[in-house]
Design a binder for this molecule. Sequence first.
Ligand SMILES: [Zn+2]
Length: 122
Amino acid sequence: MDFLKRRYGNMPNPYLHKLVERYAPKFDSQPKEFVEPIPDDYFIWWLFKHRCIMCSQTGHEINEINPRGRSKFAILDWHNRVTLCQDCHRLFHKDGVTDKKQEEMRVRRAEFLVSVGRGQYV
Ligand SMILES: [Zn+2]
C-alpha cells in the first residue's frame, strides 16, 4: 500500500472504490481477520469496506464523528473516524453537528461493524 499512498496521498480514490465494488466479495463473505487498528485512511476504508456506514452505499469520504475543528485528537482516534457517502456526510454537517447526531452515528457505526462481521472493532 505504500506506493499507493505515495502516489495518491490520503485522498480516497474513486477508481479504487470501483475496483473494490466489482471484485471484492460482498459484506460478510470475507473470512474473519484481525488487522491492527490505526487512524490511517487506508485502515478506515478497509474497516468499513468502502461503504457508507449510514446507508451502505459506496462511501466517498471519511468523517470524524467528533469534528476535527473541536478536537486536535479527532483524526488520531480510529474509533472516531467513519466512512460516508457524500449525501450522508453533507447531512451530518448540515445545520451543525449536534450531540444527538454524534450519538446516532456512534450507534450506527457499531451496528454497521457488526453487520459486516467486524464487531471486534466496535
Ligand atoms: Zn450514505
